[in-house]
Design a protein around this ligand. Structure first.
Ligand SMILES: [Zn+2]
Ligand SMILES: [Zn+2]
Length: 284
């Protein structure tokens, strides 16, 4: 499994990560805000933060960085009956699926023989969820940005959901949590999710990244490259982790706001620019 993690990491080194040392990513702990703020997550609630044991291990350093490439991944290989459908009907984009990813996951709950069990036993199995979301086809900016919930804030084209960058303890989940080699893991109710862009979605080409999913305010989320193919950082994005320029949207070139993934915390969406309207039916 570590080998698979390294392989997925090497893919990025050779394709996009010209400026980012994946062995020394800054840990985002403490970068939590109560308003739109670059480099932060604005969570809608913070109850329970700081209450749990901190997951730690040799990949986390005292200097505030972590080694993404040598962080152990949960072991095992499980394939899933993935379902995802995205259809446009007038001004509505209907996303439905079972929240199971198109790529294999690790075995959850983890067995005691998994070398990562010592860091995080994760007792939750992965369970299918009934996801039915209607998003605006052409999302508009809200008057004010808004906080992001803990729990699903969008869906990637793998069919897996993404949460914000924080774990239940309010810490940088990508740095602390034991994830599988696609950077996913199940939540307490079994929802398989990521906290960053999974390395199991490959970035094609060398220009502006392709669409990788939809945030639940309807805006798209794209990979890690900007218009010149450059690797994006927080400094090149706004306080919610996006920007506006012409993109291909439903087959047409349209000037539209969109989010980007980065290697830098908060990895995906730090706050919503549009109106969030996610009311999932879950626990099928
Ligand atoms: Zn998580
Ligand atoms: Zn862009």
């Amino acid at each position: 499994m570590l080998e698979r993690l390294l392989l997925s990491g090497l893919f990025f080194i050779t394709t996009v990560a010209a400026g980012t040392d994946l062995t020394r990513l800054p840990v985002g702990d403490g970068h939590i805000s109560t308003q739109p703020q670059s480099g932060s997550v604005w969570p809608c609630r913070t109850e329970g933060f700081g209450a749990h044991r901190v997951h730690t291990g040799p990949w986390l350093r005292d200097d505030g960085t972590f080694d993404f490439l040598n962080k152990p991944a949960a072991g095992g290989v499980v394939n899933w009956p993935h379902e995802l459908s995205i259809t446009v009907d007038g001004d509505s984009r209907k996303v439905s699926g079972n929240a199971l990813p198109s790529h294999p996951t690790a075995v959850f709950p983890k067995s005691k023989s998994d070398p990562t069990y010592q860091y995080s036993p994760n007792p939750n199995p992965i369970r299918a969820q009934s996801i039915v979301v209607e998003l605006p086809t052409l999302p508009v900016m809200a008057i004010h940005a808004s906080c992001v919930p803990l729990g699903p804030i969008g869906v990637l084209l793998t069919g897996g959901l993404f949460f914000n960058a924080l774990d239940a303890n309010g810490q940088d989940a990508v740095a602390h949590e034991i994830l599988d080699s696609c950077q996913g893991h199940p939540a307490q109710n079994g929802t398989y999710h990521y906290h960053n862009m999974t390395s199991c979605l490959q970035e094609e080409g060398s220009a502006h990244s392709e669409l990788i999913g939809y945030a639940f305010d309807g805006f798209g989320i794209y990979g890690k490259r900007g218009v010149e193919g450059e690797e994006l950082t927080n400094a090149s994005l706004d306080e919610c982790h996006g920007h506006e320029h012409p993109i291909v949207w439903d087959g047409q070139t349209t000037t539209l706001y969109h989010y980007h993934a980065t290697w830098e915390y908060p990895y995906t969406v730090g706050c919503f620019k549009g109106v969030s309207q996610f009311h999932p039916r879950r626990n099928r």
